[in-house]
Design a protein around this ligand. Structure first.
Ligand code: AMP
Length: 286
């Protein structure tokens, strides 16, 4: 496995793969890798001749400086995990290698068709601009045949689908296929997240209340006369009733448009909860 830190070396590696007619799978990550990431990488290794994994804590998608500073980083451990899975290339650039000073300091503009106006987009202004900025740059540099994203970040996945649909009309990313992968959870139900590393043992126990409530809500939705609005409120109340948890939002929306819906058909519930100072996200499909 080769660790690459410059765009130039990355493009050279990509060129070599293309010359050899190898298919390329890409898994973009911010590192501090866990089994959730590993599931994406395993799939990319299986389905492509060559697998590239990027490990880059993208500063332009953080609207909170403290969150950026505290984001866990451990490239040695990440590299070990990726080597074990069989990834061929890791791209781990510095922010300065990825962006010019101007790019770093101006909001990347993009037409989200409203997908950024709800949930994470509403709470973290500019977050998805940074996501689209970094992902489109990675697509441009790596020219993958397939790129893998987790459903854990459901809104991000929806936005990337939209971005690729729009740009494939213009032919930018060729036949790039976006592959969404299911959420990997601990046996306890807690969705794996790099941010879990910041939870104390006690907070981790408390955080179980999030997935437990989401799973329970699948049953609530089946109760006679259950409405989306009532289930949505019941989830918020149940999580807020747990000492140490505070809901930022819980929205049950259509899986494609991310717009509010009054039917459980094709619906997904997306939640963000503060567990102490740590912001956790999760979701459930109805
Ligand atoms: P991140 O490093 O948090 O930016 O995540 C990189 C990729 O891994 C994203 O596509 C995430 O959605 C995905 N991912 C993170 N956690 C999980 C998980 N628990 N299950 C599945 N995919 C995940």
């Amino acid at each position: 496995m080769q660790i690459i830190t410059t765009k130039q070396a990355l493009q050279q590696a990509v060129e070599n793969c293309k010359k050899a007619n190898q298919t390329i799978g890409l898994v973009p990550t911010m590192g501090a890798l866990h089994e959730g990431h590993a599931s994406l990488v395993r799939r990319a290794v299986e389905e492509n001749d060559v697998c590239f994994v990027s490990v880059f804590v993208n500063p332009t998608q953080f609207n909170n400086k403290e969150d950026l500073a505290k984001y866990p980083r451990n490239i040695e451990r990440d590299a070990e995990l990726l080597r074990g899975i069989g990834a061929q290339y890791v791209f781990a650039p510095t922010p300065e290698e990825m962006y010019s000073a101007e790019e770093m300091n101006t909001t990347f503009s993009f037409d989200f068709n409203g997908l950024d106006a709800v949930m994470e987009g509403k709470m973290r202004p500019g977050h998805f601009n940074g996501v689209v900025q970094v992902v489109s740059r990675l697509f441009y540099l790596v020219q993958p045949d397939r790129a893998y994203f987790g459903e854990k970040d459901y809104q991000q996945l929806a936005i990337i689908h939209h971005m690729v649909e729009r740009s494939s009309m213009a032919g930018t990313f060729g036949n790039l296929q976006i592959i969404g992968c299911p959420i990997v959870r601990e046996e306890s139900g807690l969705a794996l997240s790099s941010r879990n590393e910041r939870l104390s043992a006690e907070e981790k126990q408390t955080a179980l209340g999030i997935s437990k409530t989401l799973f329970a809500s699948l049953e609530w939705a089946k109760e006679q006369g259950a409405t989306v609005a009532a289930v949505q409120q019941r989830v918020i109340d149940a999580i807020n009733a747990i000492n140490g948890l505070e809901v930022e939002y819980y929205e049950i929306v259509d899986q494609t448009t991310l717009l509010p819906t009054d039917s459980f058909n094709h619906a997904i519930g997306c939640v963000t909860v503060y567990c102490g100072p740590v912001r956790l996200i999760d979701n459930i499909k109805y």
